[in-house]
Design a protein around this ligand. Sequence first.
Ligand code: LLP
Length: 386
Amino acid sequence: ISEGKPQRAAPWWQAQRSRLLAMAAAGTPRYVYDLATVRERARALIGTAAVDRCFYAMKANSHPAVLRAIVGEGFGLECVSLAEIERVFQAIPHMAPERVLFTPSFAPRHEYEAALARGAVVTLDNVEALKRWPETFRGRTLWLRLDLGHGEGHHEKVRTGGAAAKFGLPLARFDAFVEEARKLGVRISGLHAHLGSGIDDPQHWRGVYASLAGLADSVGTIETIDIGGGLPVAYTPEAREFDLNLWGAGLDEIKAAYPRYGLIIEPGRYLVAESGVLLLSVTQVVEKDGVRRIGCDAGMNALMRPAMYEAYHGIHNLGRIDDTDTAAFDVVGPVCESSDVIGRARLLPKATEEGDVILVADAGAYGMAMANTYNLRALPVEEALG
Ligand code: LLP
């Protein structure tokens, strides 16, 4: 045990090395998801006393087996496009529509209409939608997403509150929304806020609940308060695991203060990030101007997070995991952009060579979901275990 490092359980993939090497031999780039890990995370959240209902933000990973595993644990699904809603009913034909939450941003009118026709719970986040499309919303029961005035999260690009962000109704327009809703016979039954992604402070969500509960009292028709997603995972070796007990205790306390509302969460990353690995094959190993690079058959086309947010993912040479004769390498992909770097200055075996299998860890959230075909490279394949 090394001093000062948080003690964490070994990742699932360490016990599956030979199986993963065999899968990689069938073709890379390849995402592999461990459903046992997904289920374990889902159970931990759903077992939190203060939480009344959980919706999984399927934008993080919409693989059908992943959706089935999470819904099987009692979660509903949070969707942001009509295509996501359609994916839900394809993967789970008997899904109860009221367990589907539609929280889009700047969606076209027909998507709201389709979601309502399906029986999904629909969230609006501006007054303009009510004013422009009164016939779409007249007499409906809706949720309202609020902008609490500030954003949170692991990177500026994932903060979803405050004037610079496109999401949510500003508090200053709350009364105007309630008034417009009244005119149309719209019943507002839920209040929602999601301030960002990868939020480290376990007390953040109790604050969101308190803010929304304060407003809910003034509306009178609110039944549920949705405090968003944003639960973090520990990507770097130094990071501490999120303290779920502290998080839950904070929610218990605040719910005791405002007991009238059902408390809803909608996490994405927390359920799936650690369940997923990305397997790549080494194409070339090159030294230039003192920098050694390991090139792989996919990079930012398969996993955008390092290029987009300078996000950290563990990187391992799967077939040489015990090789301690290492040097610092940048690990790069084949895309024609200087940002196509998966990790910088990582200690990897000096013996790394063409054909070796590289494992990129904690890639189950916003990995395949954000993959693209830039440079006409093929999308990764996906496989779920268990
Ligand atoms: N609810 C809403 C309304 C959201 O917009 C999101 C994520 C979530 C829930 C789930 O957030 P989570 O629990 O996964 O943090 N691509 C970025 C993350 C973008 C998150 C977008 N919205 C990344 O890879 O870090």
